[in-house]
Ligand binder design. Structure first.
Ligand code: NAD
Length: 378
C-alpha cells in the first residue's frame, strides 16, 4: 500500500505532517511511504533522515498524487490537486469542512475518501489521534509566551532590594484544551490567573491548576454530548460581557480561546471593554481565525486599540513548529495504525468504527458524514 506524504504549500507554515520517527513506525507496519523531497526541511529533517527511517523520496508531485492509495498532509488539499489523485484514494489532513463546501464537493465528485482530522470524535480511544487537542495545547502555551513578551511587566512576584514587584494578572476566557494549557503556563511563569468558561464543569479544572474561576450566573448553559459549549442567548451574552469587562479591566494580559463547534467564534470582548482596560495591557485573540472573540482583532496582525495591544496572530502552534510537527505526526501515525490490518499489511477503511464514522467526510462519490450533513443541511 503506497502512502504519499506531501510538502506543505501554505505560506508561512513551518509545521510538517510526518517526522522520521513516525515513518519508521509506519514502515514497520508494512506501509510503503513516499515523502516529497524537502518535506521536513522547515523543521530541519533532511530527506536522508526519512530514507533512514524507511521512506523513499519522490520529487514529481503529480506523479506521487496519482499513484498513491493514501495521501497524508497537514492542511487541506489545494483545489487543483484533487483531480490528480487516484479515484478511491484515502486523503487524511485538516479539512475545515464547514468552511470548505466547494472543496468537499470536489473531493466527493473525484471519488476521494476524505478524512477530516478535526472531526475525530473527542473520545478516550481517539485521544491519541486528536490533532485539535495536541495543537490547541501548544497554542495555549504559545499564547502565554507571546503575552509575556508583549507586556512591559514581568509575570512573577519579585521581592528585591529595589522593592516588591506584584505578579502580573492574566485572565483567560474559554477553558478548553488551549485555555487549560494557558492557565498552567501562566501559573508556571508566576502570574495570578483567573479564568472563565460557560461550561460549569470547568470550574473544578481551573481550581485544580491553582487559578481562580470567575463565576457568572448565566442560568442554563451546559455542553453538547462531545463536551463542546452551546451557543449563549443574547441575554446571556450581555450578562457575560458585563462580568468579563470587570475581569478584563483588572488584567494585564487577557487570552481569549472561546470557540463554538462548526460555528463562528462568539464575540466576547468589545471596544468598550478594551477602553476599560489599562493602557499597555495585552490581549491575545486565539479565535481570530474563526471570526474572533475580540472586536477589532485582525488575522496575523498586532493592532493597538484604546491603548491595548490586540494580538491576532494566527497559527500559534506553528510558532513551536518542531514540537507541533512531532505531535501532529504522532496523531497521524496513530490514526493510520488504528485502522491498519497487520496481517494483510493494508489500511482498512472501516466504516463501522466510530472514529471513522466521525472523521470520514466523503467516500465513494458521496458525502457520508452525518454531522456534516446535518450542520450544512446537505
Ligand atoms: P473549543 O476549542 O471548542 O472551545 C474552547 C473553549 O471555549 C471551550 O471550553 C468552550 O466551552 C469555551 N467557550 C465557548 N463559548 C464561550 C463563551 N461565550 N465564553 C467563554 N467560553 C466559551 O474547546 P476544546 O478545547 O476543543 O474542548 C472542547 C471539549 O472537548 C472540552 O470539554 C474538552 O475537555 C473536551 N475534550 C475531550 C477530549 C477527549 O476526551 N478525548 C479531548 C479534547 C477535548
Amino acid at each position: 500500500m503506497k502512502i504519499a506524504v506531501m510538502k506543505e504549500l501554505y505560506k508561512g507554515e513551518n509545521r510538517v505532517p510526518l517526522v522520521p520517527a513516525t515513518v519508521e513506525k509506519l514502515t514497520k507496519l508494512g506501509a510503503n511511504i513516499e515523502i516529497e523531497s524537502g518535506l521536513g526541511m522547515p523543521c530541519r529533517f533532511e530527506d536522508a533522515d526519512y530514507v533512514k527511517a524507511g521512506a523513499v523520496i519522490g520529487s514529481d508531485r503529480a506523479e506521487m498524487l496519482s499513484s498513491s492509495d493514501m495521501v497524508l498532509r497537514l492542511r487541506k488539499p489545494p483545489m487543483d490537486e484533487v483531480e490528480t489523485m487516484k479515484k478511491g484514494c484515502i486523503h487524511v489532513s485538516y479539512l475545515d469542512p464547514f468552511n470548505e463546501v466547494e472543496l468537499v464537493d470536489k473531493l466527493k465528485e473525484a471519488g476521494i475518501s476524505a478524512v477530516s482530522l478535526e472531526m475525530i470524535p473527542r473520545t478516550t480511544v481517539a485521544q491519541k489521534m486528536d490533532v485539535l487537542s495536541s495543537q490547541a495545547n501548544l497554542g495555549g502555551y504559545v499564547a502565554v509566551i507571546l503575552g509575556a513578551d508583549h507586556l512591559d511587566k514581568v509575570f512573577p512576584m519579585m521581592t528585591t532590594p529595589a522593592g516588591t514587584i506584584k505578579p502580573a494578572r492574566v485572565f483567560i476566557i474559554g477553558v478548553g484544551v488551549a485555555g487549560l494549557q494557558a492557565i498552567a503556563t501562566a501559573k508556571r511563569l508566576g502570574a495570578r490567573v483567573e479564568a472563565f468558561d460557560t461550561r460549569p464543569v470547568v470550574e473544578e479544572q481551573v481550581k485544580s491548576l491553582g487559578a481562580k474561576f470567575v463565576k457568572v450566573d448565566l442560568g442554563e448553559t451546559g455542553q453538547t454530548k462531545d463536551g463542546y459549549a452551546k451557543e449563549l442567548t443574547p441575554e446571556q451574552m450581555a450578562k457575560q460581557k458585563e462580568e468579563m469587562a470587570k475581569a478584563c479591566a483588572n488584567a494585564d494580559v487577557v487570552i481569549t480561546t472561546a470557540q463554538l463547534f462548526g460555528r463562528p467564534a462568539p464575540r466576547i470582548v468589545d471596544r468598550a471593554m478594551l477602553a476599560a482596560m489599562r493602557p499597555g495591557s495585552v490581549i491575545i485573540d486565539m479565535a481570530v481565525e474563526t471570526g474572533g472573540n475580540v472586536e477589532g482583532s485582525e488575522v496575523d496582525k498586532i493592532v493597538e486599540i484604546e491603548g491595548v495591544k490586540v494580538i491576532g496572530l494566527g497559527n500559534l502552534p506553528g510558532r513551536a513548529a518542531e514540537t507541533a510537527s512531532q505531535m501532529y505526526s504522532s496523531n497521524l501515525g496513530n490514526f493510520v495504525d488504528h485502522f491498519w490490518d497487520k496481517e494483510a499489511g493494508v489500511f482498512v477503511l472501516d466504516r463501522e468504527d466510530e472514529i471513522m464514522q466521525g472523521a470520514l467526510i466523503t467516500h465513494n462519490g458521496e458525502i457520508v458524514s452525518e454531522m456534516y450533513k446535518s450542520i450544512m443541511n446537505k
